[in-house]
Write a protein that binds this ligand. Structure first.
Ligand code: C2E
Ligand code: CA
Ligand code: CA
Length: 560
């Protein structure tokens, strides 16, 4: 033993057992154990110890410290230890110590061989560590060290395959008003707070639970069903102490979240994500802190997506059509105007506005539809004028969403101008708004429209919070009293309200129209209190264009 050739042989034997690096540190160290065992006898190896320390990094949040004995013959000599140190890329250190058997003294050649073996083990373990890191990076959010969506899905799938997912609730959450924290203390410290927040959140879950970061302040978690309530409570009342500019600061956080109690028959993690994000969006939209997922929610979110996808083509293909509901003058039962109401004719199936308007309002797409309807109405009036008919005033509904556009009134005027009709044939129905900025936009818009001869009415008057404030500041032409004032038999309280609204409007020289008139006793009461105009099923439902035009042609009067 001890000649050069023999050492080469031993090294090749060792390397042959190690072969190519494995994917995890653990596996590669186990391989080193086996290889060392095979050559131990030849070189009188007593004991081998590997020590690993890694610096703090996102992927190993608490650093990584480990000492592992990879070979032990039973009796080693402490006198002649061969120790090899290697610096790892991230400031960590790996040490490999070889001890000879008791009574053995290694010569220079063996020490050389040990150096080669140590180099080999270090390269081998280092490359396993790199591939372990790469695997982790694919499933870990680099900023916080939590799982990312990919990691979350993998974790969930593993639970599902083991039949355990049904024991969990999924929670999709974001931090309420987190952007204000960012804004008030600056972005860098905002990141520190996010780190502190995620660490605190991680401390609130048990070993079998998991939290992942989806980006920004959005997280998703799998929480044991029996712990859900307490988890949500802790998240709603989280108090965080953070050091900022050398001062300890306390932040209080609550969350907005969607929750899905995962049923046993759920087929995929994709469905879990769909359910929980649908509930989350519902919570956001309605300013609620928690919304629990329901099947109806899923159906309506599927329908919403369908409507969003179909809308542009439907609009371009002329599938949206205008129905007209006559407005009736109570003195002579004549038609004094009409309201344009949108319908969607999808391959012969006529959808009412309840089907598509709430969806289109969510992202403001409704504005396109409103302008489309306005344009159709203007074309119709233009045609009546060309044919020498006397047009009536047609009102068009304009959603509150238009108030996000400071020029909406200019654009309305533009459409009317382009269709070469006088503004006086168009009325715009608007609804109340509580938002101060919107209110200013509306006020400016109304002035501009009225200058151009367009009249403006407040729709659903009496249902919002600001009806009277609006009347004080805005000179509208007509109040459309909401149909909720009219029960089958009008309630005494409603009668008084209607009476006073009509009286007040008269004093202010504003027209009043009652919506939703369905029977003659309602009509008679409205006539009694001096309401001049009505609209409702007692006279007509909204009519398709051709039917409505028949009413106009015959100088029609209702016989009720
Ligand atoms: P709205 O503006 O309050 O329109 C009146 C609604 O009441 C119409 O429903 C009409 O059919 C219904 N109605 C009329 N008379 C009676 C009655 O005697 N009894 C009852 N129970 N209902 C009556 P529709 O056509 O389903 O429209 C619903 C809502 O959809 C409208 O309420 C309006 O807010 C919205 N909408 C319709 N078309 C458009 C549009 O082109 N743009 C915008 N932004 N909204 C529209
Ligand atoms: Ca209306
Ligand atoms: Ca209305």
């Amino acid at each position: 033993m001890g000649n050069k050739v023999h050492c080469d042989k031993i090294f090749y034997q060792f390397a042959g057992i190690m072969q190519t690096p494995t994917n995890t540190i653990d596996e590669s160290i186990s391989k080193a154990e086996k290889a060392l065992e095979q050559i131990a006898q030849d070189i009188d190896l007593g004991r081998v110890v590997i020590r690993l320390t890694a610096s703090n990094s996102t992927l190993f949040l608490n650093g990584e410290k480990g000492k592992r004995e990879v070979y032990n013959w039973g009796a080693e000599s402490e006198a002649q230890v061969s120790k090899f140190r290697f610096h790892t890329g991230e400031g960590g250190l790996a040490t490999i110590c070889f001890y000879p058997r008791k009574g053995v003294c290694w010569d220079a050649e063996i020490q050389n061989l040990l150096q080669l073996i140590a180099n080999f083990v270090f390269t081998y373990v280092g490359s396993s560590k790199k591939s372990e890191l790469l695997q982790k990076a694919a499933i870990i959010d680099i900023q916080t060290g939590l799982l990312n969506l990919n990691g979350f899905m993998k974790h969930g799938k593993a639970l599902m395959n083991g039949g355990l997912l049904k024991n969990y609730s999924a929670v999709y959450l974001d931090i309420q008003n987190f952007r204000y924290v960012n804004r008030s203390i600056g972005f860098l410290s905002g990141n520190d707070i996010l780190m502190a927040y995620t660490q605190k959140m991680s401390s609130l879950i048990s070993d079998s639970e998991v939290i992942a970061r989806l980006g920004g302040d959005n997280f998703v978690a799998l929480i044991k069903k029996e712990r859900l309530d307490s988890f949500l409570k802790m998240m709603q009342e989280m108090e965080l102490e953070v050091e900022h500019n050398s001062q300890r600061k306390i932040f209080n956080f609550s969350i907005t979240c969607g929750v899905c109690r995962i049923p046993a028959d759920l087929k995929s993690m994709g469905n879990v994500m769909m359910a929980v994000s649908t509930a989350f969006q519902e919570a956001k939209r309605n300013n609620l802190s928690v919304v629990y997922f329901s099947d109806e929610m899923l159906q309506s979110s599927i329908l919403e997506k369908e409507i969003h996808v179909k809308f542009p083509n439907a609009l371009a293909n002329g599938e949206f059509v205008v129905y007209y509901q006559p407005k009736v003058n109570l003195h002579d039962n004549s038609i004094e105007g009409a309201e344009a109401l949108a319908r969607w004719n999808e391959n012969g199936v006529i959808h009412g506005p309840d089907y598509f308007i709430p969806t289109l309002e969510k992202d403001g797409t409704i504005c396109k539809l409103d302008f489309y309807i306005l344009n159709c109405v203007c074309q119709k009036i233009h045609k009546w004028l060309e044919e020498g008919k006397k047009p009536i005033v047609i009102s068009v509904n304009f959603s509150r969403c238009h108030l996000q556009n400071a020029n909406f009134a200019e654009e309305i005027v533009d459409v009317i101008r382009k269709n070469q009709i006088p503004g006086k044939y168009i009325e715009i129905e608007v609804t109340e708004t509580e938002d101060n900025e919107d209110f200013k936009t509306l006020m400016k818009g109304i002035d501009l429209m009225q200058e151009f001869g367009i009249s403006v009415s407040i729709d659903d008057f009496g249902t919002g919070y600001s009806s009277l404030t609006m009347l004080r500041q805005i000179s509208v032409d007509t109040l459309k009293m909401d149909k909720s004032f009219l029960n089958d038999v009008i309630q005494e309280r409603d009668k008084k309200m209607l009476d006073h609204i009509v009286g007040m409007a008269k004093d202010l020289s504003i027209q009043v129209l009652a919506e939703g008139v369905e029977n003659t006793s309602q009509r008679d009461y409205l006539k009694d209190i001096g309401c001049n105009s009505v609209q409702g099923f007692l006279y007509d439902k909204p009519l398709p264009e051709d039917e409505f035009e028949k009413r106009l042609n015959k100088n029609f009067k209702y016989d009720v």
